[in-house]
Design a protein around this ligand. Structure first.
Ligand SMILES: Nc1ncnc2c1ncn2[C@@H]1O[C@H](COP(=O)(O)OP(=O)(O)OP(=O)(O)O)[C@@H](O)[C@H]1O
Length: 249
């Protein structure tokens, strides 16, 4: 298959973790995939974090966001709101290896705090009427979860931007995940960089993306076909009767 011709224009090229900066007894020191991690190279404009629930993907993605200066609950670098103080201290222990070029734009999006991001956008619109036009002109709260998520991505994401996305598929139908896939590929071709934690067998299919698995006690590169998201989906679709019989009887 012909791959996406990605530009080598990474704003984040890697990271180092200074473990001594983390407080004693931090739960992060017990996460198997992370506790042995001292350096990680980010090798592609599109990097996926995959792995079983609880393997540390969101923890590392959020830490990268914090180290880059994003609001830990989501938004652009200018978003400044906090509904709860639950983000980990890993962001303070990470040193990012930055590329020569700075992104012109950026966004940290997490499915779980998207509601608060939408509220914050409404609040900016109240202070600065017209602000919503950057998001398609309609309050994200007046659209369905999937519609608003896609509206934000399609209106707000640009080439030469840095985008950190935590399970962006959560609200999207399979068809809309394909739309997201096209948007990501197009923007990455034009210079944007994405780091995405996902379980979506659709998004993971983006050709030439780098897939990092958090299963086990090291973070390692794997192929699309080796992801559990692909394997379980493939097994279910191709052996549905057999599988259901095994599972249910
Ligand atoms: N505030 C916290 N205090 C203690 N442990 C935590 C805290 N937040 C997360 N953890 C633990 O850290 C581990 C990694 O969580 P994380 O959210 O990074 O997983 P994940 O790979 O993103 O999972 P998922 O796919 O379910 O989103 C989990 O075992 C989780 O229970």
């Amino acid at each position: 298959m012909e791959g996406v011709n990605l530009m080598d224009n990474r704003f984040i090229q890697g990271l180092k973790i200074n473990w001594e900066r983390l407080e004693r007894g931090s739960y992060i020191k017990e996460i198997p995939s992370l506790k042995n991690l001292s350096e990680l190279m980010i090798q592609s404009n599109i990097t996926f974090f995959v792995g079983e629930n609880g393997t540390g993907k969101s923890t590392l993605l959020e830490a990268i966001a914090v180290a880059y200066g994003f609001n830990p609950e989501g938004g652009t670098k200018n978003f400044n709101f906090s509904t709860q103080d639950t983000h980990s201290s890993l962001g303070n222990a990470i040193v990012l290896v930055r590329g020569a070029i700075r992104p012109k734009d950026g966004y940290f999006l997490r499915a779980e705090s998207f509601y608060n991001v939408a509220s914050q956008i409404d609040s900016y619109e109240r202070d600065d009427p017209g602000y919503l036009s950057y998001y398609g002109g309609k309050s994200l709260h007046k659209q369905s979860h999937g519609e608003s998520f896609l509206a934000l991505i399609q209106n707000r994401f640009h080439r030469e931007g840095l985008y950190l996305l935590d399970e962006p598929e959560a609200a999207l139908s399979p068809q809309r995940q394909l739309t997201l896939l096209i948007t990501i590929c197009q923007l990455a071709k034009e210079g944007a960089q994405f780091i995405i934690a996902t379980h979506s067998p659709i998004l993971l299919g983006i050709p030439n993306a780098d897939i990092l698995s958090f299963d086990g006690d090291i973070v390692k590169h794997i192929s699309y076909e080796d992801t559990e998201s692909y394997q379980v989906t493939e097994m279910f679709i191709n052996n549905k009767e057999y599988l259901l019989n095994q599972l249910l009887n």
